[in-house]
Design a protein around this ligand. Structure first.
Ligand code: PMV
Length: 310
């Protein structure tokens, strides 16, 4: 039996603008994981995929082309030049990453699957190969993904990402803490990305201006992370939230949790990922973790994760 895992992720700054060629910063969230095991099957040829949490079982040979779990398996086999009928395997997927909440669940499941399958078949994939396979699955989920999700979960390191550029992992000079609070509303990335596109087509100059301002914040945040300026990083996250609100991807539920986190002592707070729902992230002093956490839960957050970056 072979195991492959990948962490969840949050986007620290730069979502949406990253789809338009601007840079963004994302960090892995190791507290939640997708883990996939691959076992030799009975003698029948083909691959069975068991998605434990979804209570679903698929025969890869019969699944529809846009079924993401089976598509990842097929893409991994294609990458390795191995035919489905020449193997007999069972792939079991378990994940503690909440779905449709901006934590990169789809990308992490794909990365863990590619990693476990490659290793089991005697061809371990490196992080870049895992990321390339997971990107193809992201296209099924999102249509036009920037590639940031598959990159950060495959490399498992903080990344400064710009579409088309080589991957840059970030050195975190002073570790910092994030609280990740779930609004309980699904974040339908495909829809918010499509709405931003409609706005951009209608008012290109205004949207390009907002994307440029977000890019400037990302540049400053990168330096803040590399220099250990944690207070500045919090301020930049809140400024990013102001611009995301102008892009119309926030929501009353997000705004409420942002305000609650700030009032409870967070140094900065914003939505993370597609927006409209999903998770809010807040930069905190670890000593304030408990009070920010309980304030968010009291304000209706469905789940709160406290995580260290760096
Ligand atoms: O909602 P998530 O976590 O999949 O993040 C999407 C990030 C966007 O910038 C909105 C889209 C993208 O493809 O980068």
């Amino acid at each position: 039996m072979t195991l492959g895992c990948a962490p969840g992720k949050v986007i620290l700054l730069g979502e949406h603008a990253v789809v338009y060629g601007r840079p963004a910063i994302a960090v892995p969230v190791q507290d939640v994981q997708a883990c996939v095991t691959v076992q030799d099957g009975d003698s029948l040829p083909g691959i069975t995929v068991c998605a434990t949490e979804l209570d679903r079982v698929y025969d890869v040979g019969c699944a529809l082309p846009d079924e993401p779990l089976c598509a990842t398996v097929r893409q991994t086999l294609d990458h390795l030049g191995i035919r489905l009928q020449d193997v007999s395997l069972t792939v079991t997927i378990r994940s503690s990453i909440p779905v449709a909440s901006g934590l990169g669940s789809g990308a992490a499941v794909a990365a863990a699957t590619a990693r476990a399958l490659g290793a089991h078949l005697g061809h371990p994939l490196d992080d870049a190969e895992v990321s390339a396979v997971a990107y193809e699955t992201e296209r099924i989920h999102h249509g036009t993904p920037s590639g940031i999700d598959n990159t950060v979960v495959s490399f498992g390191r903080p990344v400064h990402f710009r579409r088309g550029d080589p991957i840059e992992t970030l050195e975190v000079r002073s570790p910092f803490w994030l609280v990740i609070a779930d609004t309980g509303l699904p974040s339908l990335t495909k829809l918010s990305v499509a709405d931003v596109r409609v706005g951009w087509e209608r008012e290109p100059a205004r949207y390009e201006g907002l994307f440029d301002r977000i890019a400037a914040l990302v540049g400053k945040a990168r330096r803040a992370i590399e220099q250990g300026s944690v207070t500045l990083l919090g301020t930049l996250m809140s400024e990013n939230q102001d611009l995301l609100r102008e892009l119309d991807v926030s929501s009353p539920e997000i705004e409420r949790l942002v305000q609650v986190a700030l009032r409870a002592g967070a140094g900065g707070a914003k939505l993370s990922g597609g927006g409209r729902g999903g998770n809010v992230i807040a930069l905190i002093d670890p000593l304030a973790a408990e009070s920010v956490r309980s304030a968010l839960l009291a304000a209706g957050a469905k789940r709160v994760i406290v995580t260290k970056v760096g």
